[in-house]
Design a protein around this ligand. Structure first.
Ligand SMILES: C[S@@+](CC[C@H](N)C(=O)[O-])C[C@H]1O[C@@H](n2cnc3c(N)ncnc32)[C@H](O)[C@@H]1O
Length: 466
């Protein structure tokens, strides 16, 4: 077995020796899993990323792409499997881009995700010390309340599912997918059969030809209501039959249009074909209306646990004025409400704010002061209300520098950062530490079993100068 790294070939190798047509296989030991879902091994000073291997495994792999200090390799064989390895309960695991760790025992996934956060925070040992174990799911399957399935294949053999791992242009069927529900699988089968019978062509991003782009399925885990949005490149007479095709599998059916010239499926116009165009979902007994495009946490059960934790922390802190930044449709603001407490909320997406206001009425909640604005542009009058608790829940990109600076300058005694990306959390953290904050506790929550993502709540307190 050849354990020689191609980079280690002597530069002066005799010209007479032809280079091998394929690079030689390497034997590697996986040191750990890293955030983006790769397994990491080392060869001398080089880091090698491999997909499909687990920490501690001895494997054989072949280099597929090489950079100066790191390389990517394809797994050929597992020589010594990890005791955490299990049979993935999905026939397309490894090919489908949806799950990275379906072949790893769930408790080991949780420990690995805590490791992702420890890695991200290793420059601040006192902060990393505050990290609790990840709150995992009791049954980590059929947990997503929203999936966007892409159309692929051909008009004669359409496929509806997820992008193939490493190939954005190929689609792998989601007919066996464990992430959403058995009803979602039935919807996929029915829509695929209809597209095949009618000869409706899937859209191909490379040629910019075709009609069917993607299918969004949203399901209320607590209410059982289902919304289906089909996005096409242009109107087509056959599309009007979609409600009939879906029958009682969907309570409301919508058609969205995203012209072929768009690079991604950016929905320009939406028509409602059946029902009210939105569904309801509940979180800890609060009812939310969910439209086709509004942001809503995709794992209902874990969102409930995360928001209960956040509400319990807020109750301990007893803020008089609490400010929810990046508020979406208001679940955090709603969980912050308490007698004698003023809650302010800032969100940039007008439809989410309008839905939040309706949700507030629907739940007969006390008033919340809403502001539709970018956090970067939040008027000083909001910070002048002197919030004693600021909660931030930014998108994966984290806080924009201007937003982070303004939040830190507000010097609220308590701050809770809800992060869905350890990398941007680690980028934003030093600003708050420099502003005099200390981290009190970090509670990770597994919102995305089998994927590498990890969400966490970080509680900061402003330390008094000595
Ligand atoms: C991760 S979501 C959180 C939403 C809400 N807290 C929840 O749990 O459902 C981030 C939200 O921030 C909003 N957003 C993104 N950039 C923003 C900005 N610059 N200013 C204000 N809101 C923003 C998005 O529209 C989205 O609703």
């Amino acid at each position: 077995m050849n354990c020689h790294h191609p980079d280690e070939q002597p530069a002066h190798a005799p010209a007479a020796e032809p280079a091998p047509a394929t690079p030689p296989a390497l034997e590697l030991t996986i040191e750990k899993a890293v955030f983006e879902g790769h397994a990491l091994a080392r060869l001398g000073r080089h880091v090698i990323f491999v997909d499909g291997a687990l920490p501690g495994e001895r494997i054989r792999a072949v280099i597929t792409r090489r950079r100066r200090r790191h390389a990517f390799a394809r797994l050929l064989e597992i020589l010594a499997p990890s005791p955490q390895r299990c049979a993935a309960p999905c026939p397309v695991f490894g090919v489908c881009g949806g799950c990275a760790f379906l072949n790893m025992a769930y408790p080991a996934q949780l420990a690995m995700k805590k490791g992702f956060l420890q890695d991200a925070l290793r420059a601040w040992p006192a902060v990393a010390d505050k990290l609790a174990d990840v709150l995992g799911m009791e049954s980590p399957e059929f947990f997503r309340n929203k999936m966007v399935y892409s159309f692929g294949g051909t008009a004669a053999e359409p496929v509806l599912g997820m992008h193939r791992r490493g190939d954005f242009h190929a689609v792998v069927t989601a007919e066996h997918c464990l992430l959403q529900s058995l009803t979602a699988r039935a919807i996929i089968r029915r829509v695929t059969g209809w597209a095949r019978a009618r000869g409706l062509p899937p859209f191909d991003e490379r040629t910019k030809q075709g009609l069917l782009r993607d299918l969004t399925v949203r399901e209320g885990r607590r209410t059982g209501q289902r919304l289906v949005l089909l996005t096409a490149t242009a109107p087509h007479p056959d599309l009007a039959a979609l409600p009939e095709v879906l029958g009682d599998l969907a309570d409301t059916v919508l058609l969205g249009f995203s012209p072929a010239a768009h690079n991604a499926s950016r929905v320009e116009r939406i028509e409602t074909l059946k029902g009210p165009g939105r569904i309801e979902e509940q979180l800890n007994g609060l009812t939310f209306e969910i439209g086709p495009t509004t942001f809503f946490q995709t794992n209902t059960l874990q969102a409930e646990r995360m928001f209960r934790t956040l509400a319990a922390w807020a109750d301990e802190l007893r803020p008089r004025v609490a400010l929810d930044l990046y508020a979406g449709m208001g679940p955090i603001a709603f969980h912050l409400l308490a007698p004698g407490r003023t809650v302010l909320a800032v969100e940039s997406h007008p439809e989410s704010v309008a839905a939040a206001r309706r949700n507030q009425e629907r739940n007969r909640l006390p008033p919340i002061e809403w502001l539709t604005a970018d956090v970067e542009q939040t008027p000083e009058t909001i910070f002048a209300r002197q919030p004693d608790l600021i909660v931030v829940d930014p998108p994966r990109t984290g806080l924009a520098p201007k937003a982070a600076a303004r939040i830190a300058a507000a010097a609220a005694p308590h701050l809770i950062y809800v992060s869905c990306n350890p990398a941007t959390l680690a980028r934003d953290l030093p600003l708050f530490l420099r502003a005099g904050y200390v981290v009190e506790r970090i509670q990770p929550v597994d919102m995305f079993p089998h994927a590498y993502h990890i969400e966490c709540l970080v509680q900061f307190a402003l330390a008094l100068p000595l």
